[in-house]
Design a protein around this ligand. Structure first.
Ligand SMILES: C[S@@+](CC[C@H](N)C(=O)[O-])C[C@H]1O[C@@H](n2cnc3c(N)ncnc32)[C@H](O)[C@@H]1O
Length: 395
């Protein structure tokens, strides 16, 4: 195949992409409508598009195809026609370590700045190693599965039998190469849950008790509820979301996970919901808030190019309003678990600060769970407890 052919396909797809749909959904639709692209064309166009977006705003004044070659060189340890054509002197170095490759690129392009890959550095939550975080954009995150300890050996045996690479990253978590087709390898879909490693770690903040009644108020397809249930199967659950179709997906996943004791409602937390919820009092609320998703941009690098800073403030307004509307349904002394998959302080620590200043809540603990050293997403989690009445309050 000639480089011109690959480049034409890349440019065609790039010119048609406006950032509205996530890139993987756009590519799926695009390839369906452009059946003349064979499997090799599709594979190369996907690789180039993802590489290209991983460069973020770095080298923005350089010619598009030269940028593509730099990006593809940094993202992969195998060469490509684009690397061979536009960076011939570096082709032999494609399998060096990332730091060495960055140093080589800096020699060719003195204007290359890692800080320009992700241009929102000033917005980051505390404790993030900026250099490590920026470098992580050139590395594709892994696919993680959560498995009960009793089933892990059987899963490992099936992976080995199918020659699938995997890593045991905790007694209940396996990391696999992204794109692994698990449904073709593991015979029983009930034995595992696909869930990012950092997302799994938020479970350490839930601490449910037997016979508790919890509310997952932004449940989507139920990832956090299923995690909660795995920690304490003897709980009752209310699951709700503003999007009805995401709850359909949840019902299927609950069935596979064997979760039967739950109630499901479509609730918009920006509306008054007293009519629906007036008699509810929960032992815990999971608030996995709508957010920028900046902790997951390693999986959606197109966001490095299409996200705009003003959008953070829109999410913050939503997060504060949703937080404010759920607290009254929490029992005294019980936790609100506030979570985001954002790395922005405004959506994390600042929202927690707002909630404790305006409502009777105390922060028990909070953490930015850093995924960049584990080829995982980054998440924020805080356990906020509704204060009990003091004797003075009661008098
Ligand atoms: C980060 S996702 C939740 C992910 C889910 N908890 C999981 O573990 O898979 C945030 C969810 O908040 C929901 N949401 C956004 N605005 C809302 C609103 N006004 N009321 C209720 N839910 C809302 C979205 O539909 C989305 O499903």
């Amino acid at each position: 195949m000639r480089v011109e052919h690959q480049v034409r396909a890349f440019e065609q797809v790039l010119n048609n992409y406006d950032g509205v749909l996530p890139l993987h959904r756009f590519l799926f639709n695009y390839f369906k409508q452009n059946k003349q692209m064979g499997s090799s064309d599709r594979r190369w166009a996907s690789r180039y598009l993802y590489s290209y977006f991983r460069l973020g705003k770095a080298l923005s004044k350089v010619d598009k195809l030269k940028r593509l070659a730099v990006a593809d060189f940094l993202c992969h340890d195998t060469t490509s026609l684009v690397i061979a054509h536009y960076l011939p002197d570096l082709e032999q170095s494609v399998n060096l370590l990332l730091d060495d490759k960055i140093a080589l690129i800096k020699k060719v392009y003195q204007s290359f700045k890692l800080e320009e890959v992700f241009t929102f550095e000033a917005e980051l939550s505390e404790g993030i190693d900026k250099e490590e975080f920026l470098r992580s954009f050139f590395i594709q995150p892994d696919l993680f599965i959560r498995v009960q300890e009793t089933h892990i050996q059987s899963i490992i045996n099936q992976l080995k039998a199918n020659h699938i690479d995997f890593k045991e990253v905790s007694p209940t978590t396996l990391a696999l190469p992204n794109g692994t087709k698990l449904e073709q390898v593991i015979s029983d879909a009930r034995l595992y849950q696909i869930q990012d490693f950092s997302s799994q770690k938020t479970g350490a903040y839930f601490e449910p008790n037997k016979y508790d009644y919890w509310w997952d108020c932004c449940a989507a397809s139920g990832g956090k509820s299923i995690l909660l249930h795995s920690l304490e199967p003897k709980i009752e659950l209310l699951v709700s979301d503003v999007r009805e179709n995401s709850l359909n997906n949840l019902q299927e996943r609950f069935q596979l996970a064997g979760i039967k004791k739950y109630h499901l409602k479509v609730i918009d937390l920006l509306q008054k919901n007293d009519q629906i919820l007036h008699h509810y009092e929960f032992d815990g609320v999971l608030l996995d808030a709508p957010c920028s998703g900046a902790g997951t941009w390693g999986r959606t690098p197109e966001m490095l190019n299409f996200f705009e800073k003003y959008k953070i403030e829109n999410y913050v307004k939503l997060q504060k309003a949703i937080g404010a509307s759920v607290i009254k349904y929490l029992k005294l002394g019980k936790p609100l678990i506030y979570m985001t998959c954002s790395v922005f302080k405004a959506e994390n620590e600042d929202v927690v600060d707002y909630l404790i200043k305006n409502f009777d809540l105390t922060v028990e603990r909070m953490e930015l769970i850093k995924g960049y050293n584990n080829k995982a997403d980054s998440m924020f989690v805080a356990r906020l407890v509704k204060n009990k009445l003091t004797l003075q309050d009661q008098a």
